[in-house]
Structures are given as C-alpha cells and as structure tokens.
Design a protein around this ligand. Structure first.
Ligand SMILES: [Zn+2]
Length: 256
C-alpha cells in the first residue's frame, strides 16, 4: 500500500469528481491520504472530508500565504479540530518568501504560533518552505520547538539541506518532480535513505510524468513510487512498505 501524505482535496479542482478521485486512489493501492488545511475554513473542510471518506485524514493549520487570515481568536476552533481522531498533524504551516503574500514578520509569528500549538498537542507538523529555508531552520531549532517534529514537504533544497533535516528527525518528502527528466530532486532523494522519506503528490499541483502539467491526484503516487523504486533497484511494493512505515512513525494517528 501507499500513503499520499500531502494532497489538497479541498481545492476547487476536485469539486466535480472527488468520489472518483478517491476510488481511483484506492484502486492504485493508495489507501490513506492526508489533506492539509490552508486556513481555518479549509482546515474545517479537511476534517469534514476525513469524516466522509475512510481513506482521508486531515491536518489543520494556516499556510504562510494565508497568514493575513490568521486571527488568535480562531485557536479555540483549531483546538477542537485538532482533537478529532483523524487529524494527524498541524499543517500546512511554514514560510514562503517567494510569493510574498504576507509580511515576513507576520508569517513568522503565525508559524511560531502553530509550532507552539503542535508542541502542546504532541502533533507533528507539515512544513511548507519556499525561499525561506534558513529562517525556517532557525525557528524550528528554537529551544521551545525542539520536541516538535514532522515533515518538510515538497522538498526543494540541496542534498546538504536534506541531510540536515533528516538528522533533526524530520522526514523529507519529494513530489512528482522526481519523475521529471534530468530531475535534480531525484538525485537528492536518492542521496538520502528511503526510510527517512515520505510519498506525496501535493495534488492538484506537481503531477508526475507522464501527467506533467495536468491536474495531479492521489492515484499518481504510484508513479512516484515506481520512480523511487527504479532509482534504488527495488520494487514499488518495497517503496510502499518502507515509506508507509515511516509515515506511521511521523504521523502516529494515521494508524487509527
Ligand atoms: Zn501543500
């Protein structure tokens, strides 16, 4: 079996055919799917999907690009959501200095708020990084967040960065970009042990070959697993077994 540890099923791209998307995922042996929230509203929706579909699990949080929507008064509701048995993580959270949707200071304070929240609830975090790697690293290494762990999703830093994160106990996860021709991320992924990695689509974005440029969906995890298998001369089944085990280690509530 495979687990898609990052997929935005709350996005409008899936409105028309969500039942079919989930059926196709299950047919491709993708038995669990983590849907992260982008803000309070989509966090609620992710939890609703988890109630609706056996395969779906949720994460709740505020994405850096939605930092402006953050309101401390919402934390009570986030607390309620996080106590749902199928909420497996806090996310996605992090910093995005590439698109600059929100001032850096605001992004950092929202990020710290949710790291703190995750620490108190003993939940792992799903971290989004874009052009902000050094700042993220500095923050997660602050003394009060040392107990927090999780995943750096859609990893795009270099090999040294991947090893740094792995050594901190965080998982590293790569999307469909590993399937692209002359893929740099494939090389980086290959340089670190598979048992420190997770599978993810980041759908609807980042569709793997041969679907590059189209809408991505959880069933395509299979193509990423096949590429990971080819890189290591093992079977896709092995890739599934190793990464599933690591997903259970990083997100203990996924076992429920
Ligand atoms: Zn995402």
């Amino acid at each position: 079996m495979f687990i898609d540890t990052h997929c935005h099923l709350t996005f409008p791209n899936f409105k028309e055919d969500l039942d079919d998307v989930i059926t196709r995922a299950e047919a491709a042996d993708v038995r669990k799917i983590i849907v992260p929230g982008m803000d309070l509203h989509t966090s609620r929706e992710a939890v609703q999907l988890a109630d609706q579909y056996v395969a779906v699990y949720a994460a709740v949080g505020v994405h850096p690009q939605e930092s402006r929507s953050f309101n401390p008064d919402h934390m009570k509701e986030f607390e309620g959501l996080a106590s749902h048995p199928k909420v497996v993580a806090v996310g996605e959270i992090g910093l995005d200095f590439y698109r600059d949707y929100a001032p850096h200071d605001l992004q950092k304070s929202v990020f710290r708020n949710f790291l703190n929240f995750a620490g108190h609830r003993r939940l792992p975090v799903i971290i989004h990084n874009r052009a902000a790697y050094d700042d993220i690293l500095k923050i997660v290494r602050e003394a009060e967040f040392r107990e927090v762990s999780g995943v750096f999703h859609c990893f795009s830093e270099d090999e040294r960065g991947a090893k740094e994160i792995m050594n901190m106990g965080y998982a590293v996860s790569f999307t469909g970009t590993v399937t692209f021709k002359n893929s740099k991320t494939a090389e980086i992924s290959k340089s670190i042990p598979l048992d420190k990695q997770l599978l993810e689509t980041d759908a609807p974005f980042m569709a793997p070959a041969p679907f590059r440029g189209n809408r991505n969906e959880p069933a395509y995890v299979k193509h990423i697993a096949e590429k990971q298998a080819e890189l290591r001369s093992i079977t896709p089944g092995e890739v599934g077994r190793i990464t599933t085990e690591h997903a259970y280690h990083i997100f203990p509530r996924l076992r429920n």
